[in-house]
Each structure stands twice: as C-alpha cells, then as structure tokens.
Ligand binder design. Structure first.
Ligand SMILES: Cc1cc2nc3c(=O)[nH]c(=O)nc-3n(C[C@H](O)[C@H](O)[C@H](O)COP(=O)(O)OP(=O)(O)OC[C@H]3O[C@@H](n4cnc5c(N)ncnc54)[C@H](O)[C@@H]3O)c2cc1C
Length: 506
C-alpha cells in the first residue's frame, strides 16, 4: 500500500507500533513478521516505487540454508517432479556445515552465536518465506553440472527464489500489500527520535516529518553506495568502483544507529566485491532488474592482469566461496582491471552472462591474436599461459567436486579444475571490481536489538540485513546475504512487535 505524498503528514500523525526503515529483503521480512505478530507497521523507503527492493532486487535470489538433502528440500520446491528428482545428486548440508562455512570464510572471526542462529533458523525461515508467497527452485544452471544425464550439485548452495531477486521482492511486496502494510516511498529516514535512552520514532525526508512508534527496525543497508564512506573505511581505491546494486544504500541507517549509541561490529574495512564486466554501469540498473554484468566463471580459466600475470588461485575453492574476495584482488591490479581467459573446452560451463549482448569479450583463433586485442603486456601474457600449461597436472577433470587437478610449481597455484588453455577459439573478458555490500555493521542481541558499547540493548531499536555486523569478514559463503536478511529480519520484526506491545500496555 503506497502512501501518497499528500498523505505523508497524516500517516505521521498516528502512533505506529513499528516503523521499519528500508524496503529490501530484510526490511520486508521484518515488516511481515511484525505484522503477523499483531503490530501496526509502516515502512519508510528512500527509493521511489520503480527503484524499490534495494540490493535484494538485484540478487540471483540464491539463498543458503541448512538441509538434509533432496527429500528434505522437496517440500520447499513442490514443483519438482519425481522424474526430475530421480536425476539429481545433492548432498545434505547440515547446520554444522553452514556454521563451518561461515567460520572458515572469515578465518574464525565471525561471531559464532550469529552464525549458529543464522544456520539453525535458515530452513524454518525459508519455509516461512514460502508461506509468505515466495516460491523457490533448485539452481540447476549455476550450482549444478550436468553429467551423463544427471545433475550434480556443488558448493552447499542449491536454492533460489523463482524470478530471482525481482521475484523474491515482488512476492514480499505483494504480501505486504495483502497485509495492508503502508509504504512511504521516496523519503529517506534521516534521524531517530528518542526520549531518554529509548528510541521513540523516526525523522523522515527533507521535511523532517516525525513518525512516532513503539519500536524501530533499521534495515536500510550498508554504505556501499557512498563513495566518501567507502573511501574512509575501505581505503581510497574504493572511491571509484562499480556499485552492483542500489544507489540508495549510503550508510544512513548505520549513521543513525551509531548516533543513537550503537556499537560498531564486524569488519568495517571489508566488503563483498566481485569481478564485473568492464562496461558495467556505475550502479545497478533497476530497468534491467538483475545483475547481468557479473563474471563468475573464472574457476574454469585463468585471470591475468595488464602485466600479463596471474594473481589469484582461480581454483582455490568453489566459486561461491571465493568470488566475494576476488573483487578486492582485482582492484589491487594495475589500472584496476584484469582479463578472464578461457578456451573452447569450458565454453559449456560459462554462465549465460558471458554470452549476453551487454557482455564485453574478445574471441580469437590463437592466443597471439587474442593478445593483440587486449590492453596487456603481450609477451608476458603468452609466457604466463605457456608456464601455466606446463604446470598443469594430468588428473581427472571433474567440475562439480574439488577435483585436485591443479598446477605444480606455479605461483599462485591453480588448485582445482586446471585444464590447459590450448583449444581454440580462445576468449578474454575484461573485468573490474564491483562492490556488492559492506561488512561493517552494528552489534545485535538475540532478538535483533541494537546493542550499545556496554552490550546493553538500546530500548526500541532493532537492526537487520546488511546492517548487522559480525557475520562476514574477508570471505563470504554465497547465498548468505539473503539468508541473513530473512533470518534476522524476521527475528527483529517479531521482537520489535513484542517491544511495541509492551510499550502499548505500560
Ligand atoms: C548484484 C547483487 C547480487 C546479489 N546476489 C545475491 C544472491 O544471489 N544471494 C544472496 O544471498 N545475496 C546476494 N546479494 C547480497 C544481497 O543483496 C544482500 O545481502 C541483501 O539483499 C541485503 O538485504 P537488505 O535488506 O539488508 O538490503 P537492501 O535489499 O539493499 O535494502 C535496503 C533498503 O534500504 C533503503 N534505504 C537505504 N537508506 C535508507 C534510508 N536512510 N531511509 C530509508 N530507506 C533507505 C534502500 O533503498 C533499500 O531499498 C547480491 C547483491 C547484489 C548487489
């Protein structure tokens, strides 16, 4: 239910139970959960309706959850037929594996209590999302390899929302409309109201309209779209990077929370960033409705910089465990660009984005002819490929497992899926760093309450989604962003509603 501009002041005249700031996945889950708990909820969103949904709208909808294998997942994907199911190999992904992945990716720095809560509640939360109207499907194209008529899933990540991020957010918005949750668009929250230590409302928009309420859930993203804050926290190189998603996540929620006494949590110098097509726009394009510029198939080839040198282990792990830190590695290369190089053998494994009309790529019958088209030290590049080819070990090539088919005596090594680059045509794709979201956030308690520097809850203030700090450091298991938004959004919504009802009854 859109609140028209003319009704903004009257919407603000009423006292709300819960004000949710933002309208991405985390905010929508918080609002729906608060509404289900009986609260009178309003959402405040900086973007206009045609740019709503935040980063969540740009996602592939891939969502990580703990599960017991295909039989366990089938209730979440009712459209899967028995015939299809019979052709699928998909390992269980227990809660412990999810927690281990979170801890492994962060080098043990993730707050374990958050990782456990995320993993333990992931399955039930996805089931709850299903009950809210979100549909799910298996990720056959990007998380499975087809071999001898069977689909072999890999990397722990198996499920996505039908229609990807657009489908996910459309369904959640439809549910919000069904539950009569009003949404104020085109107005950013700019401040919090407080009485003593208690947060009592939100200041909205350039006219500073005050929304009084019993509890506030801040779910309005990180600071990835703010060049000054990026420069301040991540380093000056980050000032001019591609922003993969919404331009509205400029750190306003974090600033408001910190001003209210919240303690910083997590890795404020870190972010999720990936390889993007060199020609990607400055921000995500809502009209396209998704990210068609990512370049995620590097484990099947090699990546070289303008000096013609490799600089990462392209096969260190499955793509969804390495891609989030390789954007940073790219940014550190001369000119901030690199080329992903493939030969014909892996063409069928490249993601569809590589062949779209917006993809920048070069193809040639020889490596020399390919090099002629690139802004690269040609001799060094050809030497790199020769050395790489010589270092490749003869072993079975199996793309859906960590096959150990690596290089010997090469630095950096390629640890898995090392095929010689020898079959024409050869392809090169120029890539730059694109930031997805920032890792720094605020500390939250068990119910999503924002904590102060003494570890005490700031009464009436909750946070969810990218604003929750302490989950991600350095690496990131793909699909955890949506899982975190949904799990912590749902928790915050419930507890904000409870808090508001306590306030009502005082
Ligand atoms: C291109 C891309 C692909 C991705 N793919 C995946 C994927 O497949 N799986 C996955 O798990 N994660 C993915 N992610 C990460 C994922 O998007 C985030 O982790 C998650 O969606 C964040 O949800 P959120 O609700 O916290 O933030 P958002 O969805 O960004 O929502 C924040 C909202 O707050 C609004 N806002 C900001 N400031 C204010 C303010 N002051 N007042 C009011 N409103 C404000 C914004 O306009 C926005 O609507 C991807 C991200 C991108 C950019």
């Amino acid at each position: 239910m859109i609140v028209p501009k003319s009704d903004l002041k009257s919407a603000a005249q009423k006292r709300w139970d819960v004000v949710v700031v933002g309208a991405g996945n985390a905010a929508l889950c918080a609002a729906l959960s608060a509404r289900e708990s009986g609260a009178d909820v309003v959402m405040i969103e900086a973007a206009k309706p045609d740019q709503r949904g935040g980063n969540s709208r740009f996602t592939d909808g891939a969502i990580r959850l703990a599960h017991g294998g295909l039989p366990d997942l089938r209730s979440l994907i009712p459209n899967l037929t028995d015939e299809e199911a019979a052709r699928i190999d998909l390992e269980p992904y227990p809660i412990e594996a999810f927690v281990n992945d979170m801890m492994r990716m962060s080098g043990g720095r993730t707050k374990e209590n958050l990782a456990i809560r995320l993993a333990e509640q992931s399955t039930d939360t996805v089931r709850w999302m299903l009950s809210q109207g979100v549909e799910f499907e298996l990720i056959f194209d990007n998380q499975a390899v087809r071999e001898e008529g069977r689909y072999q899933f890999w990397g722990g990540l198996v499920l996505r929302s039908v229609g990807r991020g657009v489908g996910l957010t459309d369904r959640l918005f439809a549910r919000a409309k069904h539950l009569d949750i009003p949404i104020v668009y085109g107005n950013a929250a700019v401040g919090l109201l407080r009485e003593g230590p208690t947060i009592t409302g939100v200041i909205v928009g350039p006219s500073q309209i005050q929304f009084d309420c019993g509890a506030v859930v801040l779910a309005c993203g990180g600071f990835e779209a703010n060049p000054e804050l990026r420069s301040m926290h991540l380093g000056s190189k980050w000032k001019n990077v591609i922003v993969r998603g919404t331009p509205y996540n400029t750190g306003g929620g974090l600033t408001m929370a910190l001003e209210a006494g919240a303690v910083q949590s997590g890795d404020w110098t870190g972010c999720h960033s990936v390889a993007m097509d060199q020609g990607a726009p400055e921000f995500g394009d809502f009209a396209i409705g998704g990210d068609i510029f990512k370049k995620h198939s590097y484990p099947y080839g090699i990546v070289v910089n303008q000096n013609g040198q490799r600089f990462v282990d392209e096969g260190a792990d499955f793509r969804n465990y390495t891609y989030a830190r390789y954007g940073r590695a790219l940014l550190e290369q001369p000119g901030g660009i690199a080329y992903q190089i493939f030969d014909q053998q892996v063409e069928s494994l490249l993601r569809s984005e590589y062949f779209g009309k917006n993809s920048t790529g070069y193809e040639s019958p020889s490596l020399q002819a390919l090099a002629n088209q690139l802004d690269i030290d040609q001799k060094a590049f050809l030497r790199t490929v020769t050395h790489y080819n010589q270092a490749v070990q003869n072993k079975a090539y199996v793309p859906h497992v960590l096959d150990g088919k690596g290089t010997k005596g090469l630095s950096p090594p390629k640890s898995n899926w090392a095929l010689r680059i020898e079959q024409p045509p050869f392809r090169a794709f120029p890539v730059r760093c694109g930031i997805t979201f920032t890792y720094g956030g605020v500390d939250v308690g068990e119910g999503g309450e924002v904590l102060d520097d003494g570890g005490a809850p700031i009464p009436g203030l909750f946070a969810a989604g990218e604003m929750v700090g302490g989950l991600f450091f350095n690496g990131y298991p793909g699909g955890s962003g949506l899982a975190s938004g949904a799990v912590f959004g749902r928790i915050s919504g419930l507890h904000a509603a409870n808090k508001a009802s306590q306030n009502r009854n005082v």
